[in-house]
Design a protein around this ligand. Sequence first.
Ligand SMILES: [Zn+2]
Length: 464
Amino acid sequence: MALPSGQRISLLRLFNRIIKNDIRCCSGRAPVRKCLSKMSLYPPTKQKGEFSNCKSQSLFLYNDILFPCHSGAYNYLPLGLRALEKLTRLIDEEMQNIGAQKIAMPSMIKASLWKRTGRWDTPELFKLKDRHSKEYCLGPTHEELITDMVSQFGMIPYKRLPIMLYQITTKFRDEMHPKYALLRGREFQMKDMYTFDTDEVTAKETYERICDTYCKIFNRLELNFKKVAGATGNIGGTLSHEFQLPSDIGEDTIYTCNQCGFGSNVELIDPIEVESNNVSCPKCKSEMEKSSGIEVGHAFYLGTKYSSVFNVYYGSRYNEKILTEMGCYGLGVSRILQAGVEVLSTDKYIRWPTLLAPYQVCIIPQMQGYASEEFLEISNDLYDRLSGLPNLKNEVVIDDRITMTVGKRIYQADTQGYPNIVVVGSKTLKEPRMYEIKTPKISSDSEYLTLDQLIDRLSIIETI
Ligand SMILES: [Zn+2]
């Protein structure tokens, strides 16, 4: 298109200006520093008493972590989503360490698959129809879908086994009584893993390896968990273990033996023994202790329950056609996020599993007044130095709301559970500069460190 010459020149100028601006953006302009004055979304709501018996729910709602949506569903605010994503990365890391591969399957599953296994009438299924009146459910778990898919790969060579596939996706369950936010929601994040093996022996080896990995995950999260024998229920199979976090608000009753370490869900114990309040350990006959737990993980050895319905065979070394042995393994990802906070926190202060804290470091400059500019500059320099450390990239914020007192901002940072709070106060104006650091999870005292000492200390924090 030919433009009048005057217009052409002005367009060219405009174009040049855009190019120059782009170059300036790309070359050297530092990324925006993360300042709390721009990040906090809403003032803490004070709905006193409403969530009094579930402290993690109140802590999440009062501290910019979650925002309620409708029954059994919550919005993750930026801090909450960061923590969830860290947990997801941790699980990915551990799953891939044992050779599992990640996939993603649709949430909508056609009814015919669930009818084949006889699970279509499960009351917790969310069901829907498309415009052609075809029936679907929103998957609470994916045994049917994955087994059907793997069956279509044809006969699997024995050398290719075990197959370990997992996903971390949104699952749905029409809960009768959704409660405690992420602990019992109608929509939740779950890691579900499915394995295919040649025989019972190898399938049970895979089972043990995955249970060990679950233990490792809970250990890395600093969570005191109990692995107990579980019922197989609706999923089916012959062997099952649950991973429980002991907590007063837990909905599961578990019995554990202090002598030999054996544990069991109450569902597996003789009701007469339970009634008489005298449950003896099936392994060593000692008396077992009763407690409440939040179920955060579950492992099932399925045998051929699903592979026989969907015909998943492998070819043996003698070229025989044999059914694969399956296992399925769940981790309640969003539930772990909240249950971890539930068991580690106090009524007032969020205590994250340290690896999951949304940010590792909060820098608090002195309150507005004398030498404000200098304090902000020192804080910005510190932010840049720390963010330059490989482990702290994207892990630092500045609480630049300098109209608030330092005390009030420390209190908020402590409440939200930042593992490291660094105050840039008057001692940073003298040589050598001394920074005040608080690590609330470890000690209520603070320490004064030089910049080098501070960097040494913070450069060894493990992050994910
Ligand atoms: Zn025992």
